[in-house]
Ligand binder design. Structure first.
Ligand SMILES: Nc1ncnc2c1ncn2[C@@H]1O[C@H](COP(=O)(O)OS(=O)(=O)O)[C@@H](OP(=O)(O)O)[C@H]1O
Ligand SMILES: Nc1ncnc2c1ncn2[C@@H]1O[C@H](COP(=O)(O)OP(=O)(O)O)[C@@H](O)[C@H]1O
Length: 202
């Protein structure tokens, strides 16, 4: 399928873009149950990074499942394809020098590991948004758990479709009984430690 396709070597490389941006490009891959806090944290973190002058972009259901992945549902195969497309897109954004954040349930370990495999070592930072199902269900941000329990939505993650937690995530953030700002600070500190962004001036 990829016969006779030759990659064109850009003169404006990722390294040059990173120098201009004054920060490294990385992919922060948020994974967790529906309602665990992926979107909230990804956007709050993006806000903080933006205020520090970083180039960022958040991929989540709103800008992906309506367009690029609008043809996909929630069967295992469709979720796998969803994650494959998102990972390939995020790879291009990282190449463009952007700190990219993805907020998808991405329930299957194999799919996340395949996504990780697209990136040089250290560039794929898996963020496990760890929140018990009972808490996610009590939040029921979109009323979907109620529908899933009533059998109105099939293959719902955590209820009638599996979620495989990461075995070795770079970052684990527990969101039950914690302030969003507290969680964001923890991720920021981890990014500073990894040299992705400069330390805060206090
Ligand atoms: N069957 C089923 N299972 C899980 N989630 C469902 C389902 N149907 C719709 N939704 C809504 O779609 C959002 C999950 O989409 P994702 O693209 O993140 O899913 S996946 O990574 O491909 O598994 C998820 O959004 P979040 O709540 O933000 O996680 C749900 O609102
Ligand atoms: N520490 C926290 N981190 C993230 N979200 C939190 C936290 N505490 C409470 N919440 C709430 O939990 C809900 C998470 O929803 P959302 O971000 O849409 O989850 P997801 O994207 O994983 O489906 C939001 O209503 C958010 O305000």
């Amino acid at each position: 399928m990829q016969n006779n396709i030759v990659w064109h070597q850009a003169t404006v490389t990722r390294e040059r873009r990173e120098q201009m941006n004054k920060h490294r490009a990385k992919l922060l891959w948020f994974t967790g149950l529906s309602g665990s806090g992926k979107s909230t944290l990804a956007h709050a973190l993006e806000e903080e990074l933006y205020q520090r002058g970083c180039r960022t972009y958040v991929f989540d259901g709103d800008n992906v499942r309506h367009g690029l992945c609008g043809d996909l549902g929630f069967s295992d195969a469709d979720r796998t394809e969803n994650i494959r497309r998102i990972a390939e897109m995020a790879k291009l954004f990282v190449d463009a020098g952007v700190i990219s954040l993805t907020a998808f349930i991405s329930p299957f370990r194999e799919d996340r590991d395949r996504a990780r495999g697209l990136f040089p070592h250290g560039d794929f930072i898996e963020v496990f948004v760890d929140c018990p199902l009972e808490v996610c269900e009590s939040r029921d941000v979109k009323g979907l758990y109620k529908k899933a329990r009533a059998g109105e939505i099939k293959d719902f993650t955590g209820i009638s479709s599996p979620y495989e937690p990461p075995s070795k995530p770079e970052i684990t953030i527990k969101t039950a009984d914690r302030e969003v700002a507290d969680c964001v600070n923890e991720i920021i500190s981890s990014l500073e430690l990894r040299g992705v962004i400069a330390n805060r001036v206090v």
